[in-house]
Write a protein of this length. Structure first.
Length: 146
């Protein structure tokens, strides 16, 4: 079973069982963001969590080993075509330099980790139309001097 085949199988099982990513995350014991990322092939799962996912979704046993493989993350350099994903790309195009300046002003020369990192996606109800709230929290990593 390839990673791509497993992702399709996970999506099919999710639809068949009529469960949400939040429910799958609850069964695995991790956050919805991390669990979804692992299900879509962008993170690897420890054996115990892979077993929980395989059991919960009724996936073939060989899926557990595939879930534990180290992934190739963010493997596309193309501009995203999906409108929602493109909006995040657009945010970095429009506000990337601003974010960089503000981080450097507050922390110094360095980056925000995408490894020591958490993210939450929430729905915020608003009478003018519901809003999407994305909170990203990454460890600051100063550049080393040697």
């Amino acid at each position: 079973m390839t990673r791509e085949e497993l992702t399709l199988a996970i999506r099919a099982a999710k639809a068949e069982k009529k469960v949400t990513w939040h429910e799958i995350a609850g069964a695995v014991g991790r956050s919805p963001v991390w669990t979804t990322s692992a299900c879509l092939g962008q993170s690897s799962m420890p054996a115990e969590e892979a077993g929980k996912l395989v059991s919960f979704l009724g996936l073939p046993k060989e899926a557990s080993a595939v879930l534990q493989e180290c992934p190739t993350k963010g493997n596309s350099l193309a501009i995203p075509q999906d409108p929602l994903i493109y909006r995040f790309h657009e945010i970095t195009l429009v506000y990337g330099q601003t974010i960089k300046e503000l981080i450097h002003e507050q922390f110094g020369d360095g980056i925000m980790s995408a490894i020591d990192f958490t993210m939450e996606v929430e729905k915020v109800e608003d009478p003018k139309g519901d809003r999407v709230k994305v909170t990203m929290c990454g460890k600051f990593l100063p550049y080393r001097r040697w």
